[in-house]
Design a protein around this ligand. Structure first.
Ligand code: 5SP
Length: 216
């Protein structure tokens, strides 16, 4: 099953409630929420108060991506404000296993993200504990960047590892995903698609409809 997770980083924050309803009505299954701390990544985005305030605007799955150093410090707070899934970066956690277990204990689906240049080998022992792996296909920190082409090989390799080990882990791809490359990304083995600019620029409902058509 394929899922679309529009990244609200590219939304118009002055009309966030309205835009959330538009992606919801057009059928996007998830809402991708990028939390940036200005330390793990250069930029600062938003945090718990925003998530809490938009929670009543959407019944969709809140897919919270923490681009934050040592996110274990904040898992309880993100659980309290309505996250359904929490993704942490392997590169940002000293104790990755403990962080993943803490997310699971709160009844939230855990995922681990890897930056483009991080090897899949860091997943070797943690993979069976995860619901999803997020492969960054741009360097994290900003929307509107170009998809890094070597990521196709990385997606294929991860899908191969997951199948070989008899697991059922979702592969989410994040960064530079457009209507022009989404089919190739799915073909490589991804099944959760994050897209910011290509959803929120222009006609949001039409963009979601076109993504979903290509993702059937
Ligand atoms: O996490 C990030 C950026 O760090 C992404 O979620 C972007 O927000 C995706 O935006 P587009 O590349 O689709 O514009």
């Amino acid at each position: 099953m394929n899922y679309l997770s529009p990244s609200i980083l590219a939304a118009d924050f002055s009309r966030l409630g309205e835009q959330l309803r538009a992606i919801d009505e057009a059928g996007a299954e998830y809402v991708h929420i990028d939390v940036m701390d200005g330390a793990f990544v250069p930029s600062i985005s938003f945090g718990m108060p925003l998530i809490q305030s938009i929670r009543p605007c959407s019944g969709r799955i809140f897919d919270v991506h923490l681009m934050v150093e040592e996110p274990i410090r904040y898992i309880q707070e993100f659980a309290d404000c309505g996250a359904d899934m929490i993704t942490v970066h392997a590169e940002a956690c000293v104790h990755l296993d403990r962080t993943v277990e803490t997310i699971r204990e709160k009844g939230i689906r855990p995922a681990v993200a890897l930056n483009p240049a991080t090897s899949l080998s860091v997943l070797e022992y943690i993979l069976p504990s995860l619901d999803m792996v997020l492969l960054m296909t741009v360097n994290p920190g900003f929307g509107g960047q170009k998809f890094i082409p070597y990521s196709f090989e990385k997606i294929r390799e991860l899908r191969h590892i997951i199948e070989e080990r008899g697991l059922n882990t979702d592969i989410e791809v994040d960064g530079g995903v457009t209507l022009s490359n989404v089919e190739e990304i799915l073909k490589a083995g991804a099944n959760v698609i994050v897209s910011g600019s290509a959803v929120f620029q222009g006609d949001i409902s039409e963009n979601v409809r076109r993504f979903r058509e290509l993702m059937k």
